[in-house]
Design a binder for this molecule. Structure first.
Ligand SMILES: Nc1ncnc2c1ncn2[C@@H]1O[C@H](COP(=O)(O)OP(=O)(O)O)[C@@H](O)[C@H]1O
Ligand SMILES: [Mg+2]
Length: 258
């Protein structure tokens, strides 16, 4: 009898847990939320400048689900790049944890980090960071070279990605022969090459005109609609407006209600 009661209670708790996980859509029908791709727990980073500690990031908490296009906004020096660098494992945290696709990034041994970055994270930077001596196609193909993808497939996939980004006429152009917007689209193709769980973009439209900005944002939206998870740091309200969610960071502090 007592067993029976316990079972019922457990069942009820499970149901309640499930309800919490589910959001209701417009028609009131239950719709399951997409899976969590990234969970950041009390992540912090302190730099020591001379003898003075700089708290670049303080106890950041954040949950990002599959297919989200999340904008992070905040004044200059508020810790936006630090947060992306920690999630991207380019910097080491002073405290806290970050789980990407189930892996705790803060405990991965240093020598395994390049592989993790290559396989799980795509980076997009303000200054594109393309290799100037390589063509668009070669820049994208290079990203796959250390991932064990055979040459033929690398070229095929690079071509397909560049075509998707409407660069089919620019495959053999070098970065100096491309406009800013085209270079940024090559860098987006490169970021997508290894089918990462997460794309991190640090002010990707910081250097381009408004028309190019809008075309880059459109690409992000299309990718997000196809299930690609993207975090974009931006100063630009016009970029943030197109994102599925916007979080503010001030003085290294960010809060997320999820
Ligand atoms: N390598 C570093 N050494 C010392 N201080 C740093 C370093 N990187 C960033 N900071 C400081 O951390 C704070 C946050 O920087 P950052 O994350 O680059 O801000 P944002 O990207 O929002 O402009 C700033 O005060 C910055 O000066
Ligand atoms: Mg920055």
């Amino acid at each position: 009898m007592r067993e029976e009661k316990k079972k019922n209670k457990e069942g009820k708790e499970r149901e309640e847990g499930k309800e919490r996980e589910e959001g209701a859509n417009k028609n009131g029908a239950k719709k399951e939320k997409p899976e969590i791709i990234l969970r950041v727990e009390n992540l912090s980073r302190t730099y020591i400048r001379g003898k003075i500690p700089v708290h670049a990031l303080r106890c950041a908490c954040l949950t990002v689900r599959k297919g989200e296009l999340l904008a992070i906004m905040g004044p200059s020096g508020s810790g936006k790049s630090t947060l992306l660098a920690l999630i991207g494992t380019l910097e080491t945290a002073s405290g806290g944890k970050a789980f990407l696709d189930g892996t705790d990034l803060t405990t991965v041994p240093e020598k395994l980090l390049p592989r993790l970055r290559r396989e799980k994270i795509g980076f997009i930077f303000q200054h594109y960071n393309l290799i100037p001596t390589l063509t668009a196609l070669e820049n994208v193909e290079l990203a796959m070279r250390f991932s064990g993808v055979p040459k033929k497939e690398r070229v095929q996939r690079a071509k397909a990605l560049l075509e998707e980004l409407r660069l089919e006429d620019r495959l053999h152009h070098k970065p100096t022969e491309l406009s800013g917007g085209e270079q940024q689209r090559v860098s987006i193709a490169r970021a997508l090459a290894n089918r990462p769980a997460l794309i991190l973009a640090d002010e990707p439209t910081g250097e381009v005109d408004t028309k190019t900005r809008d075309s880059i944002v459109r690409v992000f939206r299309e990718l997000s609609e196809k299930g690609q998870t993207i975090i974009v740091v931006t100063h630009d309200p016009a970029v943030a407006k197109e994102c599925s969610r916007v979080l503010q960071i001030v003085d290294g502090m960010i809060s997320d209600e999820d």
